[in-house]
Design a protein around this ligand. Structure first.
Ligand SMILES: NC(=O)c1ccc[n+]([C@@H]2O[C@H](COP(=O)([O-])OP(=O)(O)OC[C@H]3O[C@@H](n4cnc5c(N)ncnc54)[C@H](OP(=O)(O)O)[C@@H]3O)[C@@H](O)[C@H]2O)c1
Length: 322
């Protein structure tokens, strides 16, 4: 598979946890991304409880050339009455796959991820279910998302593992501790998510931005009180560096940084066609060692109270059912 190093993420396109969706705008965003050279679309059943996959399916039909587009989607999160919980059992994975094929209107998935590790299911059961789908030709590559290095190692005992999808951006660097090294050592492609840290690194975030409805940023700890001011201040300083040293916007530098740190693919979430425009600024250059040191200095000096993306982790089943 020859995929673009930037993938379009469709979580916000599903609407759920992003304050709703505008379907026409979402489809136009996907078409614009494809026209701009992005050929990999990342989605999941849980994004809008099926809605994002249906929208991707509609866009694929409008595009007419399914074989030129690579689609990644996921298994292992179930929902009931609007509440989401992990279930990476064999039965759930097979069901998720058939539902995704139907919604996407396709008969194969290019990259299939286990969305979250499920501590209630043995690693070998999850891995074997994924391996079966791979051998049946229903999926073309096996991936895991939000796995630690140890969880990946356990999975690899029962199945080949081609890709990992952890969070990674200038403000969320947890994978530098172990996951990156494990992927490098095991030749697992790194397709990281959240390149813009939910918009904080878009260059357009301000203290006056209001979030409504079920938007995740109404309770994301990075977007609250003094912490929000710290992250905005870091974003301002990074934007100044991007402008003065690279004559580019913050968004381009944020995506570029993810790729130059060693991610093979950076997922960029967008839901309006005009949000795709800065992609041209993100390609065709690199951030050298000096730039990386300057970035590090800004982060160290500005973020006194950093917080990770752990608040996004969905519960395991027994916690929900208690
Ligand atoms: N595997 C997992 O567990 C997992 C978890 C999270 C995400 N993901 C994947 O990764 C993708 C990206 O992550 P993410 O959705 O968290 O988002 P992100 O890339 O960190 O941020 C996306 C948000 O940034 C804003 N944005 C994008 N382009 C912009 C532009 N040109 N100007 C101003 N603002 C812009 C938009 O927010 P507004 O429209 O509100 O302004 C957009 O929804 C997801 O869509 C999903 O495919 C996977």
């Amino acid at each position: 598979m020859r995929v673009s190093r930037i993938a379009l993420g469709t979580w916000a396109i599903g609407g759920w946890m992003w304050g709703g969706t505008d379907e026409d705008s979402a489809i136009q965003t996907i078409i614009t991304a494809l026209e701009e050279g992005i050929n990999l679309i990342d989605t999941a059943p849980v994004y809008g409880f099926g809605r994002a996959e249906e929208i991707v399916g509609r866009a694929l039909r409008m595009h007419h050339r399914r074989e030129e587009v690579f689609v990644s989607t996921k298994a292992g999160l179930a929902w009931e009455g609007g509440r989401v919980f992990r279930n990476a059992s064999r039965g759930q994975i097979k069901k998720d796959l058939e539902d995704s094929l139907r919604r996407l209107g396709t008969d194969y998935i290019d990259i299939y991820f286990v969305h979250w590790p499920d501590p209630l299911v043995p690693a070998e059961e999850t891995a074997e279910a994924m391996q079966d789908l791979f051998h049946e030709g229903k999926i073309r590559a096996v991936g895991v998302s939000n796995y630690t290095a140890a969880e990946m190692a356990a999975f690899e005992k029962s199945s080949p593992l081609h890709l990992a999808q952890p969070p990674y951006n200038l403000f969320e660097r947890g994978i530098e501790e172990e996951v990156m090294e494990h992927c490098r050592d095991r030749n697992i492609a790194l397709m990281t998510y959240g390149a813009l840290c939910r918009g904080l690194l878009s260059g357009g975030m301000t203290a006056s931005r209001e979030f409504s409805g079920d938007d995740i940023r109404t309770y994301d700890p990075k977007f609250q009180g003094d912490r929000f001011r710290q992250y905005l201040s870091a974003a301002d300083k990074l934007a100044e560096l991007a402008r003065e040293r690279y004559s580019r916007g913050l968004l381009a530098m944020a995506v570029r940084w993810v790729l130059d740190q060693g991610a093979d693919i950076a997922i960029w979430g967008a839901r309006r066609p005009e949000q795709i425009a800065p992609i041209r600024e993100a390609v065709g250059w690199i951030i050298g060692d000096y730039g990386k040191r300057q970035i590090r200095k800004i982060l160290d000096e500005t973020l006194h109270d950093p917080v990770g993306p752990d608040f996004m982790a969905p519960p395991v089943r027994n916690i929900l059912n208690r």
